[in-house]
Ligand binder design. Structure first.
Ligand SMILES: [Zn+2]
Length: 598
């Protein structure tokens, strides 16, 4: 549904962001939430996004950028409002536009029509939820629904929290709408009625899927009939509902998520309903799909940590691993709890009865981190005193680690080594050009004594150069004549290219204007550099770093040629041997030359 966004009432072009940004002052916006003290050119305060006693939250008024040295969050005025108001980018734009007196672009007639029809649809869904809930509790027709809830041990208080309802057989909802003189067409568009006017969810317990503010967007419905093949049916996608963008239960769980500092993510709606009944009120579910990128992004507005509780079967464990990786890609921490003696959390909690809260706490307390869970999965069924099995486990672990963001891999490799014990050496990264002798992966910039960045990540030459260019874009004039893109490490290439383009378009102030459009990871790197520049940022260092990159690249090519050479010798390919020898010699001279100068 590519046009979903355009159906939101306020279309926001990049212009709108730029206009608003130009009119609001980040310092003033932040000051409404944080007491700031001026130190030199910058402002410091206690970070509103993590608990701390001494200020590590820094606002750079010149760049209109903020960075926290404690939790490493960073951003511009929009991200600040997004985080502090727990809204999204569009919501932040709207709030700041109002404040700045910027009128967002007027809607075209079609956009207005779409926006109105979406509003009507939302009102219809709300009405339907109320109708079904009324039928469930206040009419004889609701009896089958009440019976189903009783067998599921869901009491009325809890059912009402989720606004569960019952759709009776026949045309009950259509008749209700006629009596209220409401349009049946809207109800059909919302997937509530069939064409003949019968109820789409007839003879089913109806569960509203609501957004994080409690507005029903769709329904999922469970049959009460034993002879019905399709246990659950769902609303179709509509202008109001896109599958994979909603988190079930988030409207009810958000406060408890904030209080506990993490969300409990389950698979099914009934898992969540039962969990809330048992007092686990930070439980939510991905609802109807495997966890999606959009859902992780939504959750990240409320927390940085997920406790995953998936079904105990193979499919559930695989889903858990995927969720761990997806969360890691968004810099979220995970833990994985495994229910034992039950097929899903719902069954587990019901079996525990009055003891559910205690048993749950025990389960949660021993939940390993998402990474550890994956390690255990990799070694499951293998005997680590058998050499073949050890090798197999090591291979699986390497695959598991390789799927995490690069920044985490080194640490994970260390932890995996300790976990494997004596056979840990098998986990050493496979021979790879980058780590070949003569080209250390994490080069120490000796003169400056700078081995690691403030975030504790390994500082490579490429990273140092990128930080320098973030603080001193004018150095691009020198650097771009010295290095070519293919000389950079793969992980540095994209951001370098983007920064260079920005510089060519917008000069030294281009980065401040265009940064919001950069991928999150790249924004982080640049804002961190603005907050904590590397020790030396002059042209001389820039040239030195560029030359170092060229040299490293030449060395790695050199060892590549040497490897190829021995292959060619083994294959007795004399022509190729001669050509490679010449290449290696030439490159070797060039390297010597550069080293002598450097
Ligand atoms: Zn912080």
């Amino acid at each position: 549904m590519a046009d979903h966004n355009s159906q939101v009432p306020t279309p926001a072009s990049d212009d709108a962001f730029a206009e608003v940004k130009a009119k609001v002052d980040l310092v003033k916006v932040v000051q409404e939430h944080v007491r700031l003290t001026k130190r030199n050119k910058d402002f410091w305060g206690l970070c509103p996004f993590h608990q701390e006693d001494s200020p590590s939250f820094k606002v750079n008024p010149q760049m209109q950028s903020w960075y926290c040295f404690g939790c490493e969050r960073s951003g511009d005025v929009f991200t600040f409002v997004e985080l502090i108001e727990k809204t999204d980018k569009r919501g932040a734009l709207q709030m700041l536009a109002e404040r700045a007196g910027v009128e967002l672009r007027k809607l075209s007639p079609e956009q207005k029509e779409r926006s109105d029809s979406r509003k009507r649809l939302l009102a219809m869904l709300k009405l339907a939820a109320q109708f079904y809930e009324y039928v469930l509790w206040s009419t004889p027709a609701g009896e089958p629904g009440r019976r189903l809830l009783a067998t599921r041990q869901v009491n009325e208080e809890n059912a009402r929290r989720f606004q569960l309802g019952y759709a009776p057989a026949g045309r009950g909802f259509a008749e209700y709408l006629r009596a209220k003189k409401r349009s049946l067409a809207d109800a059909q568009e919302g997937g509530l009625l069939r064409r003949d006017g019968t109820d789409f969810f007839a003879e089913r317990l109806v569960i509203p899927i609501r957004d994080e503010r409690g507005q029903p967007l769709a329904f999922t419905a469970r049959t009460v009939r034993a002879d019905e093949q399709r246990k659950y049916i769902n609303s179709p996608e509509t202008p109001a509902y896109v599958k994979g963008r909603v988190i079930f239960g988030l409207d009810l769980a958000r406060d408890e998520i904030a209080r506990r500092g993490h969300a409990v993510l389950m698979e099914g709606q009934f898992d969540v309903i039962t969990a809330h009944g048992a007092g686990i009120q930070n439980a939510v579910a991905s609802s109807g799909t495997a966890l999606t990128d959009d859902q992780v992004r939504l959750l990240k507005r409320f927390t940085d940590e997920l406790l995953l509780v998936f079904d105990a079967d193979r499919a559930g464990r695989q889903a858990a691993q995927k969720a761990v990786l997806l969360a890691a890609a968004h810099q979220m921490r995970t833990r994985v709890a495994t229910v034992t003696g039950a097929k899903d959390p719902d069954e587990f909690l019901r079996a525990a009865g009055a003891d559910a809260a205690t048993q749950w706490e025990e389960l949660a307390a021993k939940a390993p981190s998402g990474f550890e869970f994956g390690m255990e999965e990799a070694a499951a069924g293998l005997n680590l005193s058998n050499a073949n099995h050890v090798e197999l486990a090591a291979r699986k672990l390497r695959d598991w680690i390789a799927q995490f963001p690069v920044a985490l891999q080194e640490d994970y490799r260390e932890r995996a080594k300790r976990w494997m014990g004596v056979s840990g050496h098998l986990l050493a990264a496979e021979p790879d050009e980058k780590r070949s002798p003569g080209r250390p992966g994490a080069y120490k910039v000796g003169k400056n004594g700078l081995e690691t960045s403030p975030a504790g990540k390994k500082m490579t030459v490429g990273r140092y150069l990128l930080q320098l260019l973030a603080v001193r874009p004018v150095a691009f004039d020198l650097v771009r004549t010295k290095i070519t893109l293919d000389e950079l490490d793969e992980e540095d290439r994209g951001i370098y290219e983007r920064m260079l383009e920005t510089y060519e378009r917008g000069g030294v102030s281009g980065l401040e204007t265009e940064l919001a459009g950069y991928p999150a990871e790249e924004q982080d790197l640049i804002r961190r550099a603005w907050a904590a520049p590397p020790p030396n940022v002059d042209d001389e260092v820039a040239v030195e770093l560029a030359e170092r990159i060229t040299l490293d690249h030449m060395r790695s090519r050199h060892s590549g040629i040497i490897r190829e050479l021995s292959e060619a010798e083994r294959g007795k390919d004399s022509e190729r041997v001669a050509r490679l020898e010449a290449e290696a010699r030439e490159l070797g001279h060039a390297i010597d030359e550069m080293e002598r100068r450097g």
